[in-house]
Design a binder for this molecule. Structure first.
Ligand code: PMM
Length: 282
């Protein structure tokens, strides 16, 4: 299994897909926004995610849902840094979901071990050189533009081919900026500048993404394309009722030996990846 270097020993040696638990410290994220908007609650929720199977906690202070607008740097730092410090002090491996180089730097000082940039270095011109300097794992997601514009950017000739080419270009820029190959993780960015239907070919053609030669992280948890798939006469399935569908995707990703899944329900994901790991022991 491909994995980035430089993570704690216990994560480097695990022979299964890792579970990244989502901790959005934002008032407006589509699924858990508002519930954990204080430092104390966020730390408690992070510890709960860890105790129910998360290997990594992904802390985010800025919503990236379609249509969301930016928060100020100070607001993002105020939301994220105390939570990163609190969880890191308690031995949790923390990644930080940010598009800002200064947040990445401060978060690393506070103990973060991974930076997860949904823009793959395209939003902040200082991000790639900062990541080269920090020299820690960098999750580089396929991204075409900011949340308030991405719905209009979902035009592809061939979604799988185009995403691979564009991710390849993002990787080239990252390596030219000094980021080490072994620190890069790729992510197809489900739901980001993708229509509901465009997510499926990406999941059906993981080989093409894996052939780029980097560990993969996939974030499908509770996303709209699952709600639309399960729609009935009352409309799309609600966000809180997409768990079994999410777990089905996690199971498939674990069978394909994807490095990590980014999920809300860490217990279900942990159970799924553990079953797959047992099945793969010959
Ligand atoms: N999705 C969201 C936010 N951050 N990061 C990565 N690497 N991949 C994703 O798919 C991704 C992400 C949006 O979902 P959320 O609002 O539940 O966090």
């Amino acid at each position: 299994m491909l994995r980035p270097s430089g993570l704690p020993e216990e994560l480097q040696t695990l022979e299964r897909t890792l579970v990244m638990g989502i901790l959005n410290v934002t008032p407006d994220s589509f699924s858990d926004g508002g519930k954990f908007a204080t430092t104390q609650h966020a730390i408690a929720q992070g510890l709960h995610l860890k105790s129910t199977g998360a290997d990594i906690i992904d802390v985010g202070g800025e919503s990236t849902r379609p249509g969301a607008s930016r928060v100020s740097v100070q607001e993002e730092l105020d939301r994220v840094i105390p939570v990163v410090a609190g969880l890191s002090e308690r031995g949790v491996t923390v990644s930080v979901d940010t598009m800002r180089a200064c947040v990445a730097r401060e978060a690393t000082r506070a103990g973060a071990k991974i930076i997860n940039d949904v823009s793959g270095g395209k939003s902040d011109p200082d991000m790639l050189t900062t990541m080269a300097d920090l020299s820690i794992p960098f999750i580089l997601m396929h991204w075409r533009g900011p949340s308030d514009a991405m719905e209009s950017l979902a035009t592809y000739q061939d979604v799988v081919g185009d995403v691979c080419v564009e991710l390849g270009n993002q990787v080239t820029r990252a390596i030219e900026s000094g980021i080490k190959h072994e620190n890069i993780v790729l992510d197809p960015g489900l739901g980001f500048a993708k229509t509901v239907e465009q997510n499926w070919p990406l999941l059906q053609n993981l080989d093409a993404l894996q052939n780029l030669g980097f560990p993969l992280l996939v974030g499908a948890s509770r996303k709209k394309f699952l709600g639309e798939l399960l729609a009935d006469e009352n409309g799309a399935r609600g966000v809180d009722e997409r768990e079994a569908a999410t777990t089905a995707i996690t199971t498939m990703l674990a069978l394909r030996r994807v490095w990590a899944v980014r999920v809300h329900n860490t217990q279900d994901a942990f159970d799924a990846v553990t079953v797959v790991q047992r099945l793969q022991i010959l």
